[in-house]
Design a protein around this ligand. Structure first.
Ligand SMILES: O=C(O)CCC(=O)C(=O)O
Length: 260
């Protein structure tokens, strides 16, 4: 994979403790992850073993991201199973977007949750936040503990397999707090994720800047820091060889009434 990562450095992730995570894991074990996703007999000890991972810094011109494994596999499996039970995806007109005046079907399923009254608008679609579910709150709080940032909204994308995808775009809507990173949590199938510099796209490209390509793992957290979304587009390309689903959660901070 021709990943171009200009510089990496390690630092410790300040994540949740095992004790804090235990209630969610217990719930999942009690239900025996009833969709059959967790097949192994996972021992109590395995849950309580300290899970320490480190951040990887990903930098290029105008691009600043941090990547870490936030959840160990067993916990990520449980969270995935619980989200499959809890999240209600959009239907009808909300499954269409407008790009340059043309209407397209969204090639994946979407939902949004957040604090009461919040709305997020992109590509001609206005998404009203549904109430947080227990698992989304749990993941949001784990992200806050790991990053020190607070979030009031999450966009949920579910890709049933490698045919489902997300086209190149920037998350640069005015209602997003520019000081807050976008925190992207991935659960399920590993998928490629590509950043492309705005000056090296399409026919009118002005510069030759290599794309930055990542693989987003099950249980991972990618922080997209400012000013990345000003200079770089990102996408989740179709990958026909991927046969299993993936859920992605992008936690955001939306400015209420256009103010901080
Ligand atoms: O599924 C992904 O990792 C991409 C999500 C994304 O680009 C977005 O929510 O803006």
């Amino acid at each position: 994979m021709d990943t171009f990562v200009s510089q990496t450095r390690k630092r410790n992730i300040d994540g949740t403790t095992d004790e804090q995570r235990e209630p969610v894991l217990k719930k999942c074990k009690e239900e025996e992850c009833n969709q059959g996703i967790v097949k192994e007999d996972v021992k109590e000890d395995a849950y309580l073993t300290e899970f320490s991972q480190s951040w990887q810094k990903i930098e290029a011109e105008g691009l600043d991201c941090d990547y870490a494994l936030l959840f160990p596999k067993e916990e990520a499996d449980c969270l995935y199973t619980q989200l499959e039970e809890e999240v209600v995806y959009l239907t009808g007109d909300k499954t269409k977007i407008q790009v340059f005046g043309k209407v397209y079907n969204v090639p994946r399923k979407q939902a949004s949750c957040g604090d009461a009254g919040l709305t997020y608008t992109y590509s001609g679609v206005s998404l009203q936040a549904s109430p947080w579910t227990p698992t989304l709150e749990y993941i949001r709080d784990a992200v806050t503990k790991a990053t020190g940032q607070t979030f009031n909204f999450v966009l949920i994308n579910r890709y049933k397999d490698g045919h489902d995808h997300m086209g190149e775009h920037r998350d640069d809507e005015r209602e997003l707090d520019p000081l807050c990173p976008i925190a992207s949590v991935s659960l399920g199938a590993v998928r490629d994720f590509v950043f492309r510099h705005r000056e090296s796209r399409g026919k009118q490209r002005r510069r030759q800047i290599n794309p930055v390509k990542l693989e987003l793992a099950h249980g991972s957290l990618l922080l997209i820091n400012s000013p990345t979304n000003t200079h770089w587009y990102h996408s989740l390309p179709a990958r026909k060889r991927v046969l299993t689903p993936r859920i992605n959660l992008t936690f955001r901070r939306i400015l209420q009434h256009g103010k901080k």
